[in-house]
Design a protein around this ligand. Structure first.
Ligand code: PLP
Length: 399
């Protein structure tokens, strides 16, 4: 069982006087930052804030810490160090990737996209239609938001080079079977690109085991600094054209990140691994087993919330009603705009969001006006049962 007191002790936000009493339910927007990340950022700005990789001690320490972050994160994710790179955000990373595929693909070839994705893993790919690339849409069930792998099979043939889909949608919350979907894509001769932004905060996955060719997520939602993290497996990375300076094309971790990296934030990403390893050591498990502990805690807290929302006639719960195959990203459509309700929840010291959260296509597919948006209640493993009680009591008053 997860030691919640230990977990919360790693997040200064829980000891911050200005946040006292506030229950945080907008984690899918961005999580609290863990102490090791803050410590590393502070140390970098105090001691190492110089151009890295130059031959003097402060610079060597800066470069070494950036390398450490890449190496330890890659190990945690089950991939090679060279296969992991940092970019300013996942939106930026997918944009660059799409430029690489723009040159890699031929007119008449096809890409599968979904209407369950956040726009970041959708729009950049759809724009390749301008080059004569066929875009095929794998559609959600309009009632539940579910993506059925059987429907994907019907879209696959020898023309498809790439299948883009989310590990978990930021409004539906259902966890998609990445390994199964990837296997379908590979069997058809296509690569698989997975948006893991909404999943990764609920347990860093073993990307090597999932088998996908690209896996993207955002460190500011996984208890770290504001960075996009991208895994691209070697075979694809070598095949795609260089998007960086011409002389950086042979270095896989530089090839798809044309922007100069934020050195301090890259280095501080090692703090996310410090946190996972400290939690694993405290719980007496391997770092890879931390994800299971987080999930079990989240499922336990999520089911009462799902039951409460499912029992209210005035709201429409998106995604599964059972917590087991879900991330705790729980969105409900209301009869009207969601933002004012989120605003009223703040009167109860509950932080939540009301928006379309850039999931315009998924909401439209489910018949929800993106201008009304949805009320999203999202938490992580550091959330307490008392905070969920506070949320449900506030919802009981305001829905
Ligand atoms: C599922 C999902 N994908 C992609 C993104 C975009 O990530 P970033 O803000 O790093 O560009 C978000 C951001 O909220 C998201 O929720």
């Amino acid at each position: 069982m997860l030691d919640l007191e230990f977990v919360r002790g790693q997040f200064p936000a829980f000891a911050e006087p200005s946040l006292e009493g506030w229950a945080f339910f907008e984690n899918a927007g961005g999580s609290y930052t863990c102490q090791p990340v803050i410590d590393r950022l502070t140390r970098f700005y105090h001691q190492r804030k110089v151009q890295p990789y130059a031959p003097f001690p402060a610079s060597e320490a800066a470069g070494a810490e950036m390398d450490e972050a890449r190496m330890r994160l890659a190990a945690l994710l089950g991939v090679e160090t060279e296969e992991l790179s940092f970019g300013p955000s996942t939106t930026q990373n997918t944009y660059v990737l799409a430029q690489a595929f723009r040159k890699f693909m031929q007119p008449g070839e096809a890409i599968v996209v979904t209407n369950q994705d956040h726009e970041a893993n959708s729009g950049p790919w759809r724009r390749l239609a301008e080059e004569g690339i066929e875009i095929r849409e794998w559609k959600v069930d309009p009632e539940t938001g579910h993506l059925d792998p059987a429907a994907l099979e019907k879209l696959l043939d020898e023309k498809v080079r790439l299948v883009c889909f989310p590990h978990c949608s930021n409004v539906v919350g259902e966890i998609n079977p990445v390994a199964e979907i990837t296997a379908l894509a590979h069997a058809a001769g296509a690569f698989a690109c997975v948006d893991g932004v909404s999943f990764a905060p609920h347990g860093f996955p073993d990307v090597g085991e999932l088998g996908c060719d690209i896996y993207l997520f955002s460190a500011y939602k996984t208890f770290g600094p504001h960075q996009g993290i991208m895994v691209m497996r070697r075979a694809l990375a070598e095949a795609l054209p260089n998007q960086a300076h011409f002389f950086n094309g042979d270095t896989l971790y530089k090839k798809f990140t044309p922007a100069g990296p934020d050195h301090a934030q890259v280095a501080a990403c090692a703090g996310m691994v410090d946190y996972v390893e400290a939690l694993a050591a405290h719980q007496g498990v391997a770092p890879g087993a931390v994800a299971g502990l987080m999930h079990a805690h989240e499922v336990q807290l999520m089911q009462p919330l799902l039951d409460f929302l499912g029992s209210r006639n005035s709201v429409r719960l998106l995604g599964p009603k059972s917590a087991e195959n879900r991330a705790p990203t729980v969105a409900v459509a209301l009869q009207g705009p969601a933002e004012p309700v989120a605003r009223r929840l703040a009167n109860h010291k509950v932080m939540a969001g009301g928006s379309n959260f850039y999931a315009v296509r998924p909401l439209q597919a489910m018949g929800i006006d993106p201008d009304d948006g949805v009320l999203r209640l999202s938490f992580t493993h550091y959330t307490s049962p008392e905070e969920v009680d506070q949320l449900i009591a506030a919802l009981d008053r305001e829905l």
